[in-house]
Design a protein around this ligand. Structure first.
Ligand SMILES: [Zn+2]
Length: 122
C-alpha cells in the first residue's frame, strides 16, 4: 500500500488521482485519452510559446534547401519558356500555312465569283 501511495498522483487536467507509470515517475497527467490529448496540446502550445522563432529560424537556416527549391523552380520556368517558344514557333508555322491555304481558297472563290458575275453580265 505504501508503494501505491508513493506512486499515486493527482492528474493536472482532470484532478483525479492516478497511478504514475513506473517508467515515467514525473507523470503529471493520468493516462485517460482525453487528458493525454489535452496534455499534448498543452505541450505543443508551451513549446511554441517558448520557441516563437523556431520556424522562422529554421527557415533562415535552411538556405540550401530554399536555394535548391528556387533553382528547381527557375529551371522549370526556363524549360517551360523554351517549350512555350517551341510551341509558338510550331504554331506560327502552322498559322502561316493555314493563312496561305486560306488566302488561296479566298482568291479562288473571288475569281470564281468574278467569273460567274461576268457570266451574268454577258
Ligand atoms: Zn486526467
Amino acid at each position: 500500500m505504501e508503494k501505491n501511495l508513493r506512486n499515486e498522483r493527482i492528474c493536472e487536467i482532470c484532478g483525479k488521482s492516478f497511478m504514475a507509470n513506473k517508467y515515467r515517475p514525473n507523470q503529471k497527467v493520468c493516462s485517460s485519452l482525453e487528458c493525454q490529448y489535452k496534455r499534448q496540446l498543452e505541450n505543443m502550445k508551451m513549446w511554441r510559446e517558448s520557441n516563437p522563432n523556431y520556424f522562422k529560424y529554421k527557415e533562415s537556416q535552411d538556405k540550401s534547401w530554399k536555394q535548391a527549391c528556387r533553382e528547381r523552380s527557375l529551371d522549370w520556368r526556363r524549360k517551360h519558356k523554351e517549350y512555350l517558344q517551341l510551341y509558338r514557333e510550331a504554331n506560327k508555322e502552322r498559322h502561316r500555312e493555314y493563312m496561305r491555304d486560306y488566302m488561296r481558297k479566298y482568291r479562288q472563290r473571288k475569281k470564281q465569283d468574278q467569273e460567274s458575275s461576268q457570266e451574268e453580265i454577258s
